[in-house]
Design a protein around this ligand. Sequence first.
Ligand code: PGA
Length: 237
Amino acid sequence: MLYIGNFKMDIPTENYIAELENIDKCGEELWLALPYPYLSKYAQNLERAGIVMGAQNVTSAVVKESTGEVSAEMLLDVGCAFTLVGHSERRKDKGETYGRIVEKCQQALAKGLNVVLCVGESREDYENGNTSRVLEKQLREVLTTLKEINYNNFIIAYEPIWAIGTGLIPSIDEIEVVVRHIKSMTEKWAKSELRVLYGGSLKANNAKLLKSADGVDGFLIGGACKKVDELQKIIKA
Ligand code: PGA
C-alpha cells in the first residue's frame, strides 16, 4: 500500500518531523507532500526515515520569467520525488484549468518527477449520478494529451470533493466501482494500469473499512496525516 500525506497549508513543526522519523511504516510506502518552504528544511530527515518527499503543486510555466512559480527541476533539486497535481482545492480556487493540469503533468513527468493526479466529483455531480462522466472527462483530457511519458511515474488519486475534510465517505461498493472504472480508462488511454489511491476523510477509525476496498492501491490523507499517532494507526489498521 502507498500512503501519501498532504500537509496542505499547515506548518510541519520540528516536533512533528522528529516523531514522524520514528513511525513504523510496516513495510509500506509512505510519501509526504509538504508546503514549498519546508522541503529543503526536512529533506534529510525524511530521507533518513525512508519517507518520500514531494510537493503539493508544480508550475506549468516554461519560461524563467515566471515570478513566483516553482518548477519541476527545482523540486527535484531539493529532493522531491513527486508532486500532487490538480487537487480539488486548486481546481476550485486557483484557476487550475484542464489545459493547465495537462501541462503540469507533462512537464513534471518529462523531468522525472512522479505525478499524483487528483480527480473527483462534486457533491452535486455525485447526487445526480454523474460521477463516471466527471471522472471520464477529467482523465480523458489528461491521458489522451500526454506525450512520451513514463506511466510508471503516474498515479491517480480518486478524491470525491464532498468527502474531503467532511467526515463523509463513499460506500466500499461505490469506491470499488469507481476504482475499476478509473483503471479501465487508464488501460484504454494510457495503455497501462496505473495505481489508484482513494482520498477523502480517511481516519484511524475508518481505515480498516476503507482498506477493505478491492483494487485500491493506497490513500491520500489530509487532516489525519498531521498527527503521527493517527497516521500510525491508519498504517497499522
Ligand atoms: P482529508 O483531505 O483527508 O482531510 O479529507 C484529503 C485531501 O484533501 O487530500
